[in-house]
Design a protein. Structure first.
Length: 378
């Protein structure tokens, strides 16, 4: 089996599984219990928070709130911030190319009375800074933008955005970094709030974090035991937190080596696909090598994805969250693609486990599949 759907989810590392199982077997006590074993787990979780910040190059001005993953982190960061701070301003900003766990939150807040601006991106996936300067104002309290797009892999110009946001004291910048960690060299201190997810970095599903400046105040989404400084009630999952840290540690410590290897794989694919008149590669000025997206010019994406799957090659058509809806990619539509193009793109996304040999097999099988359905306008 060849797995090129790593932007959707990755295979957990052996070290991550071992760390989780060891903690689950030997450290199962509730971290909020006041006996010595509970306190031991609680203290270790706090040490892990510090280690996570260090791995991301963040200082003690930040704090880590553990969540169930990127969707919850995005919801907590955006809704929690808006509800806490809406008396200071009612305007919030995002882009048209965000993940649904951001876009749908903004649509929800819009239905609740928030004034929302959805920014365009240009053909390189960048935000027009002059447009941004025109729309941000004294009533803007939050901007939420992903540094790396999950469908196409292009990098947005967060450094320029951050500089503008810093000139508005009431405004904070939230960054959905689920597709950034381990895949793109990035200064995480550009954000005031950051979202990370374990299963995108060879960790486990069901654990992530919202990392924020301590001075930022949020309203909780969950109420109960008051865990995570009252921001995320619920018993802390110590084994999952251990696994998240292990995955992040391995990812960040091997960043350069993995990045170079993936550049080779993607480069080989681009070189061997760029002259194929059945497809159009979506290439950008700044993007991570971990994602390669292409438009199928005469074939239906769902048919090609199924055919590849039958050959043991796993890819996706759009974001996994939307892949079963057969809706056009809102990201490709935002970049000016036609409805047909936006429906018939496929995404290959890579991981440290992928090999050059796998890319060669993909090219062979992919060309065979396109040839077999040649002439069939789907």
């Amino acid at each position: 089996m060849i797995y090129f759907d790593n932007a959707s989810s990755t295979k957990p590392s052996k070290e991550v599984l071992e760390a989780y199982l060891n903690a689950a077997e030997n450290n199962y006590e509730n971290p909020n219990s006041i006996h010595k074993l509970g306190m031991k787990n609680f203290n270790e979780i706090n040490r892990i928070r510090e280690k996570i910040l260090k791995l991301l190059g963040l200082d003690s001005r930040y704090e880590v709130i553990f969540t169930s993953g990127a969707t919850e982190s995005n919801n907590l960061g955006i809704i929690g911030y808006y509800n806490k701070n809406k008396s200071r301003g009612n305007h919030i900003i995002t882009t048209k190319v965000e993940h649904e766990s951001v876009l749908d939150v903004f649509k929800f807040l819009e239905s609740q009375g928030a004034l929302v601006t959805y920014l365009d991106v240009n053909k390189d996936g960048e935000i027009d800074i002059e447009q941004f300067k025109k729309v941000i104002n004294k009533n803007t309290i939050l901007v939420s933008i992903m540094p790396v797009n999950n469908e196409l892999g292009f990098a947005l110009n967060i450094d320029e955005i951050s500089k503008v946001v810093r000139t508005f004291p009431k405004c904070s910048l939230h960054l959905d970094c689920a597709q950034t960690v381990g895949k793109y060299k990035f200064d995480y201190s550009l954000g005031d709030m950051l979202t990370i997810s374990g299963h995108k970095i060879n960790g486990l599903k069901g654990c992530g974090a919202l990392i924020k400046l301590k001075k930022i105040n949020l309203n909780p989404l969950f109420y109960g035991g008051g865990q995570e400084n009252g921001l995320r009630s619920g018993t802390l999952d110590y084994p999952a937190i251990v696994a998240l840290h292990e995955a992040l540690k391995i990812t960040m410590n091997s960043f350069n080596e993995n990045y170079k290897n993936i550049e080779v794989l993607r480069g080989y694919l681009v070189e061997n696909l760029k002259n194929n008149d059945e497809i159009s590669l979506n290439i950008f000025k700044n993007q991570t090598p971990y994602i390669l997206n292409m438009d199928l010019l005469n074939k239906k994406a769902s048919v090609v994805v199924e055919a590849l799957s039958n050959e043991g090659i796993m890819v996706s058509s759009v974001s996994a969250c939307n892949s079963k809806k057969e809706a056009p990619s809102h990201v490709l539509l935002a970049l000016g693609k036609s409805d047909e193009e936006a429906r018939n793109a496929i995404r290959l996304s890579f991981n440290k486990n992928n090999t050059l040999e796998e890319t060669k097999i993909f090219i062979q099988k992919f060309n065979m599949i396109l040839e077999n359905i040649k002439g069939r306008k789907l």
